[in-house]
Design a protein around this ligand. Structure first.
Ligand code: THU
Length: 133
């Protein structure tokens, strides 16, 4: 699926909104993600931390697990926004990249790292997870 500029901006907008729901009392690093499925539906996610640290779930995996748990299996793009404000570039962690590898085409799936609707960088999964398992 070809992702349009309008869809990218809408995804970023939804990721920024999802960041507002971040539960991050330990790191104070707020992350929001919005995942575009091939059927054009969108699932959002935020990071959800835990006092035991280990059970923490990243925003990207929250979005993926919501979508997969509702029967979605094909994905076109994910927008990621993170940090206390819009000043940092937030890239997916290794675990989230591996989860993406389970469901997404390495050369087609778009990972949109955004600071705002206007300022974003697009990567393929193959670029962020070369020589994947
Ligand atoms: N985090 C994400 O949600 N996604 C990323 O891509 C990087 C890290 C979260 C996990 C944790 O709640 C906080 O950011 C600090 O690591």
């Amino acid at each position: 699926m070809i992702v349009s500029d309008t869809q990218r901006r809408e995804l970023i907008e939804k990721a920024l909104e999802a960041r507002g729901y971040s539960y991050s009392p330990y790191s104070h690093f707020r992350v929001g993600a919005a995942l575009l499925c091939s059927d054009e539906s969108v699932y959002t996610g935020c990071n959800i931390e835990n006092r035991a640290y280990g059970p923490t779930n990243c925003a990207e995996r929250t979005a993926f697990f919501k979508a997969v748990s509702e029967g979605k299996r094909e994905f076109a793009a994910i927008a990621i926004t993170g940090g206390e404000d819009g000043t940092v570039w937030c890239y997916p962690c290794g675990v989230c990249r591996q989860v993406m590898a389970e469901f997404c085409a390495p050369d087609a799936f778009e990972i949109i790292c955004a600071r705002s609707e206007e300022e974003y960088r697009i990567y393929t999964l193959a670029e962020l997870l070369p020589e994947m398992f």
